[in-house]
Design a protein around this ligand. Structure first.
Ligand code: ADP
Ligand code: ADP
Ligand code: ZN
Length: 215
């Protein structure tokens, strides 16, 4: 089953995608992670998008559609989780066409609803393991041993994102409401939208997503 996780910055898309990978063997395709990897490895494209990302604006449709197109031939028997993609109507159309050209389709679009106050709290406390990408939070999800990643055991390798600051977050929220939220109506009209409450602890939200996918 191929699914989209859609929701504002900090809604918990990456956190829940990681769980679905671990529990169901699905393959996560996060355009945010791919773009950050391009920056770290210093590719031409990575350099081109760095400033745009740090401001919290969207990078061009052409770049992110290209990134997704490159991944769709990967082996994913249990399906793909599109995390942070599509973010515009043009990207949504492109995804539909790409899937169709591979003889595939989309089974569900899960909208994670979280109010702005909670998003600010989640974003400002977010950090991740630099080795394996597991996400943590200062208040809501501390590693069991301070400074050590629960998943891969790496020590002292935690990172914070340059765009997880108040100014960039404001821009990212605007981009979400202006460019991405129209996708909710788009997928609703196609009968694919499942809305879930993204508030509550990580386990609870995981249960709601499972209910939406299996119910
Ligand atoms: P978040 O965790 O806040 O939802 P992401 O990690 O998905 O953010 O994305 C970080 C940044 O990468 C975005 O602010 C944007 O600049 C860029 N980006 C990621 N995915 C897309 C996309 N599908 N379209 C355009 N820009 C994107
Ligand atoms: P997104 O990928 O949508 O931007 P993340 O999955 O990175 O969001 O989550 C943002 C931050 O909030 C992370 O620090 C994560 O640990 C934390 N978080 C995720 N889900 C929850 C939840 N249900 N309750 C509290 N904190 C959460
Ligand atoms: Zn790790």
């Amino acid at each position: 089953m191929n699914i989209i996780l859609i929701g504002p910055p900090g809604a918990g898309k990456g956190t829940q995608a990681h769980r679905l990978v671990a529990e169901r063997g699905m393959v996560q395709l996060s355009t945010g992670d791919m773009l950050r990897a391009a920056r770290t490895s210093g590719t031409e494209m990575g350099k081109q998008v760095a400033a745009v990302m740090d401001r919290g604006e969207l990078v061009t449709d052409e770049i992110v559609i290209g990134l997704i197109a490159e991944q769709l031939d990967s082996n994913a028997d249990a399906g793909f989780i599109f995390d942070g993609f599509p973010r515009t109507l043009a990207q949504a159309d492109a995804l539909g066409e790409l899937l169709e050209s591979k003889g595939q389709s989309l089974q569900a679009v899960v909208e994670m609803q979280v109010d702005d106050d909670a998003l600010v709290k989640r974003i400002t406390g977010r950090f991740t393991c630099g080795e394996c990408g597991t996400g943590y939070h200062d208040e809501f999800k501390q590693p069991a041993v301070e400074g050590k990643c629960d998943s891969c055991g790496a020590e002292g390798g935690f990172k914070r994102r340059p765009d997880d600051n108040e100014d960039a977050l404001r821009t990212r929220l605007m981009a979400y409401y202006k460019d991405t939220s129209p996708l909710i109506g788009y997928y609703y009209a196609k009968g694919q939208l499942k809305r879930i409450d993204g508030l509550g602890d990580i386990e609870e939200v995981a249960g709601r997503i499972a209910g939406a996918l299996d119910g």
